[in-house]
Design a protein around this ligand. Structure first.
Ligand SMILES: [Zn+2]
Length: 493
């Protein structure tokens, strides 16, 4: 029997009881030397922003509840802000270690940080605060950021810029999470010294990050959790079942068709990272198959436009279905009447172009970006349709419209809502409850025997995380827990 007191612990500092602010630390000690702090290795997984609601700003501003200078390495699962948003602040507050991710995640982070720096500086000014970090911190983060493609084995503690005694016998790999381009699950393996565990095999922890809906639209499916002894799994939609993907495609087609018939305007508030690219991909398929008349599509989101070259050149990471379409000679994100809008002046001109037309603009919840401007113009139009494509947080303009508000305030003006409000719920980038349970069932050894000893359920609203935790116990018979913030959980690793 292996001793359970080797001192390894996981601390959950964000992404517990909430879907944002992901931030975890795995503490490992050199065998038998866990008393001296200098012998402890600290590996962070994700350092995300808290989002939504008034208290998010205060939570993001708070000092980190640990010493950033004592963390050797940060591994990043993917480029969404709730997983990367506080990295520049971590650097600003003294973190000097290595940052590791897939090459795509690093590139996405670079684009997202540019945008975030502007928003954060502006918000801090409104609160009368000093900015949390500066351009130099973003630059430093990107300078100390190394990349590994999926499946490449690396030593997360090796060559750390922070003093560390060896590599603790730990190796790591990034596995495809199937969530967005470049998204990864972090697989950590610790070599068990001979005799230490009576001949037991290596120990393995997998942090899933966010795992993708299945089948995913353009990226590959989530890889199996083979041999994992511990799984730290997201539970964003751990209490619901998604509509099938095709229902979303059918709805999109119907809404575009009606827009053409009415010679109207279709507004799509866009989530810049990936969701926008998926909508373009779906529209391209419909135009390509001549299911719809080709109408002008204005892509009025600078962030999505900036990410487009990365998507265009990362097709090798897409799933077989998408690769086949590309191989047939189709550029999946481009069609004849697609126009990328760059400047605010060009954006303002869209209003006067001929109908029918589709305007895709950020932000996805109409809480900023260029979409509110278009909404102010077109919401009073009975021939216009607003199509929501994702979750709308309480307190956002998108949520008010989703709930059927007949009048809204945009930039201080009362706007009457006569446009049709439609919504697609199935273009989700997250697994639903069955998808998550199926994923956990892949934690088996080569003989098919289950290996998971414990499942930590994170990244869900508290109610959802608790629901899913119970499901894991009831349906899979596994030990499962929704961890508390700040508490260290011992792991035999
Ligand atoms: Zn995500």
């Amino acid at each position: 029997m292996k001793s359970k007191s080797n001192g390894s612990k996981i601390f959950f500092w964000g992404g517990v009881g909430t879907v944002t602010g992901s931030n975890f630390i795995l503490e490992v000690s050199a065998a038998g030397e866990n008393s001296a702090d200098s012998k402890i290795g600290r590996l962070m997984i994700d350092c995300g922003l808290f989002q939504g609601g008034g208290e998010a700003y205060a939570k993001n501003k708070e000092a980190f509840p640990y010493d950033p200078t004592q963390i050797q390495t940060l591994i990043v699962t993917h480029g969404h802000m709730d997983h990367i948003g506080r990295i520049p602040k971590l650097v600003h507050d003294g973190f000097a270690g290595k940052i590791i991710s897939t090459p795509e995640t690093k590139e996405i982070a670079g684009v997202m940080f540019d945008d975030a720096l502007k928003i954060m500086t502006e918000t801090a000014k409104q609160h009368g605060d000093a900015p949390m970090y500066a351009r130099a911190d973003v630059d430093k983060a990107l300078l100390n950021w190394e990349t590994h493609p999926y499946h490449e084995v690396f030593e997360p503690f090796a060559n750390s810029l922070v003093n560390v005694p060896g590599n603790f016998g730990i190796t790591a790999r990034l596995l495809d999470a199937g969530h967005i381009l470049g998204s990864a699950m972090v697989e950590l393996t610790r070599k068990v010294a001979a005799g230490e565990s009576g001949g037991a095999s290596d120990r393995k922890i997998i942090f899933t990050g966010d795992t993708g809906n299945t089948p995913a639209s353009i990226v590959r499916d989530t890889e199996p959790l083979s041999g994992a002894n511990y799984v730290v799994i997201d539970s964003t939609y751990g209490d619901r079942e998604h509509e099938p993907w095709e229902e979303g495609t059918a709805k999109l087609k119907e809404v575009v068709k009606k827009t053409i018939e009415k010679k109207g305007v279709l507004l799509i508030p866009a989530f810049s990272l990936e969701r926008t690219h998926i909508i373009l991909y779906e529209l391209n398929n419909m135009f390509e198959k001549h299911e719809l008349e080709n109408i002008p599509v204005y892509l009025d989101t600078p962030l999505a436009n900036r990410l487009m070259p990365l998507y265009e050149r990362s097709t090798a990471l897409f799933n077989d279905k998408t690769q086949k379409i590309i191989a047939s000679g189709d550029d999946i994100f481009q069609f004849p009447k697609l126009q990328m809008i760059k400047s605010p002046i060009e954006s303002a001109k869209i209003e006067r172009t001929a109908n029918p037309k589709i305007i895709i603009a950020g932000s996805g919840m109409s809480s900023g970006g260029r979409i509110p401007h278009h909404e102010a113009i077109f919401l009073p139009d009975t021939n216009a349709t607003l199509l929501l494509t994702g979750f709308q947080s309480v307190g956002t303009l998108g949520r008010q419209l989703e709930e059927g508000a007949k009048e809204v305030t945009i930039a201080g003006e009362r706007i009457s809502v006569k446009a049709h409000i439609e919504s697609i719920k199935s273009f989700s980038a997250h697994r639903d409850v069955d998808g998550l349970l199926n994923l956990l069932e892949t934690a088996v050894d080569s003989a098919g025997k289950p290996t998971a000893e414990k499942v930590f359920v994170i990244h869900g609203e508290l109610k959802v995380a608790l629901f899913f935790t119970q499901r894991v116990r009831d349906y899979l018979g596994l030990k499962a827990e929704a961890p508390e913030r700040g508490k260290g959980y011992e792991v035999d690793f």
